[in-house]
Ligand binder design. Structure first.
Ligand SMILES: [Zn+2]
Length: 447
């Protein structure tokens, strides 16, 4: 027994994790819709489920975990964005997918075992829809196919809500074609230049929810272990995935454990495109090493909101800088007393607290603690650069630190202590800052 405990959104409890097959532990996480550059809120599930992937590999073996994360490359948002940018859908999704992969690399995420693209799986989606029509869970109307929610008695179980509340609380697309407002689209017609595929219901394209059901089944089977995503996906997306898959396949569940990460907030408001309070991952690359973002996000419990601010980034940078003193290329198994925190529903704050203790012992000269710290960093996906490469990336002296060093240097110069003044210039340089002296005024800029 590995004694891994995971909080399951379905039962609203922490449960002992028991994989269906310990030789092939299977996890599906909803990936991006590739229409725009991801923001910091999108980075959170990438990092959290990457840590879970690493932990599962640690517990069950590197080759015994299958992690699938899809790419949604056909969607109304994509069609609109391509129109707005006066580009083709193909060019747009290609460009955004390349950028997404660069972001994942920057954040230190492992590449999932499988990364299926929706447009490569249209036949599977058509056959799933046919199955649902044949078993009377779905109906066709004017080249549309809808899932009939009333036919599925467990609908709302994941979000723990009654059907009426779900309809009232969420934006449900109203359409004369539907039998009930809660019914959702499996297939819809494509007109004009919209991307479309031939189907028994005419030229059309799949609904978003259908994509994940078809792709998870193909790569992970009809029932698998863990399904993850952000909190905002519980309804309607995950609720609909469950309805489609379990009704089509007559299975007990789609996934045994459903995990959802909390939002990233800015001043207590959810970071989102619609509120226009977002920072793209691209914008962070200039100033921060991706490991800083990673450690900052892992400092909070994954189910709680994570409030984005500069202070937490500064602190994370400083911590990493300290820890890097004990960087080692060797990786050892983590002491069970420390690992238990990660096995307790990914309690990264407690795990990180143990890492601080290891650092304190390492600094006292304890070699075991030093190598444990390095190995613990790697398990969190940190230390993905060696010590030299990290040192090159020290451009994180903040403004007040820079001002303080400049005033110390000015004092040294007044006292004609040129050795000290040169030392400080060197410190600034190592911190990524270049200074220039102009008639007793020192100006600075980042390299
Ligand atoms: Zn999904």
């Amino acid at each position: 027994m590995n004694n891994l405990y995971l909080y399951n959104t379905v039962s609203r409890k922490k449960e002992t994790f028991v994989p269906l097959d310990k030789n092939n532990v299977r996890m599906y996480v909803c990936g991006p819709t590739v229409y725009d550059y991801p923001h910091v809120g999108n980075a959170r599930p990438l990092i959290i489920f990457d840590v879970l992937f690493r932990l599962l590999q640690e517990l069950y073996g590197t080759n015994k975990v299958t992690y699938a994360r899809n790419i949604t490359d056909v969607d109304d948002k994509i069609i609109e964005a391509a129109k707005e940018n006066k580009t083709s859908i193909f060019e747009l999704t290609k460009k955004v997918t390349i950028n997404f992969h660069e972001d994942c690399k920057y954040l230190g995420c492992l590449i999932p075992t499988i990364e299926p693209k929706a447009t490569d799986h249209i036949p599977e989606m058509i056959s799933l829809t046919e199955k649902l029509i044949a078993s009377n869970f779905a109906y066709e109307k004017n080249n549309h196919v809808f899932f009939e929610v009333a036919k599925f008695s467990s609908y709302g179980k994941l979000s723990n809500k009654k059907l009426v509340d779900l309809i009232a609380g969420a934006r449900v697309e109203v359409s004369d074609l539907k039998k009930s407002p809660a019914d959702f689209v499996l297939w819809k017609p494509s007109i004009n230049n919209e991307p479309g595929w031939d189907s028994p219901w005419g030229k059309g394209r799949p609904g978003w929810h259908l994509e994940c059901s078809a792709m998870s089944e193909k790569y992970l089977g009809k029932e698998f272990d863990i399904h993850g995503g952000g909190l905002d996906l519980i309804f309607p997306h995950h609720e609909n995935e469950i309805a489609q898959s379990t009704c089509a396949n007559q299975t007990r569940v789609l996934a045994n454990v459903w995990m959802h990460n909390g939002y990233v907030t800015v001043n207590k408001e959810k970071m989102s495109k619609s509120l226009n309070n977002f920072i793209t991952i691209n914008q962070l690359k200039e100033k921060h090493d991706g490991q800083v973002i990673r450690l900052a996000m892992l400092s909070a419990n994954y189910k709680q909101p994570f409030d984005w601010n500069d202070k937490i980034l500064e602190d994370s940078y400083k911590i990493l800088n300290k820890w890097y003193e004990f960087y080692s290329s060797e990786t050892l198994p983590i002491n069970p007393s420390i690992l238990q925190h990660l096995k307790d529903d990914l309690n990264t704050p407690k795990f990180i607290a143990e890492m601080h203790k290891l650092y304190d012992q390492a600094i006292e000269g304890d070699k075991d603690s030093a190598s444990q710290l390095s190995s613990a960093c790697k398990l969190l996906g940190l230390f993905n650069k060696n010590n030299n490469d990290w040192n090159k990336n020290k451009n994180y002296l903040n403004e007040s630190e820079i001002q303080l060093l400049i005033s110390k240097r000015n004092l040294a110069r007044e006292q004609k202590d040129f050795k000290r003044s040169d030392e400080i210039r060197k410190m600034l340089n190592e911190g990524g800052v270049v200074i220039e002296d102009n008639q007793n005024v020192t100006t600075w800029k980042y390299k």
